[in-house]
Design a binder for this molecule. Structure first.
Ligand code: IDP
Ligand code: MG
Length: 137
């Protein structure tokens, strides 16, 4: 079942020079391909759309501050069960709870600065791809 998912390499990942490391892990999965990519500092409006479900939560404002603090890399990745697969590659939200071998488990310690975003469902992937790459609709 080939799918598309929206991945963000968050500002901490870019600042720490982990773009290649993280994209390398994605590329090494058989048959997965990067089909769109852009380096860009995200503005509040884009982040409010992207994180709409979290607006008003206590962690929302600091999350937007962090996510707009420097450039991110936005990617569309395509391939077999890539939505579920990218969430597994990333690991759970809390990097301390994330297993070693996952991106968050290998590189993170702070919940907010957990290196990557990956769409959590086909509906989220469609919605999020439209935000970052409207031309892919
Ligand atoms: P996810 O990225 O694993 O899907 P979500 O619950 O959708 O996690 O939260 C979005 C992002 O908000 C997380 O990746 C993390 O950066 C941040 N976040 C979530 N919960 C907390 C929290 O309790 N404290 C600080 N930041 C949080
Ligand atoms: Mg989420």
């Amino acid at each position: 079942m080939s799918q598309r998912t929206l991945v963000l390499l968050k500002p901490d990942a870019v600042r720490r020079g982990l773009i290649g490391e993280i994209i390398g892990r994605v590329e090494r999965k058989a048959g997965w391909t990067v089909s769109a990519m852009e380096l860009r500092t995200l503005d509040r409006e884009t982040l409010e759309r992207h994180y709409a479900e979290h607006v008003g939560r206590p962690f929302y404002e600091p999350l937007v501050e962090f996510m707009s603090s420097g450039p991110s890399v936005a990617l569309v990745v395509e391939g077999e069960r890539v939505i579920e697969g990218l969430r597994a590659l990333a690991g759970p939200t809390d990097p301390i709870a994330a297993a070693p071998g996952s991106i968050r488990g290998d590189f993170g310690t702070i919940v907010r600065e957990n290196l990557v975003h990956a769409s959590d469902s086909p509906e989220s992937a469609d919605r999020e791809i439209k935000i970052f790459f409207p031309e892919l609709g």
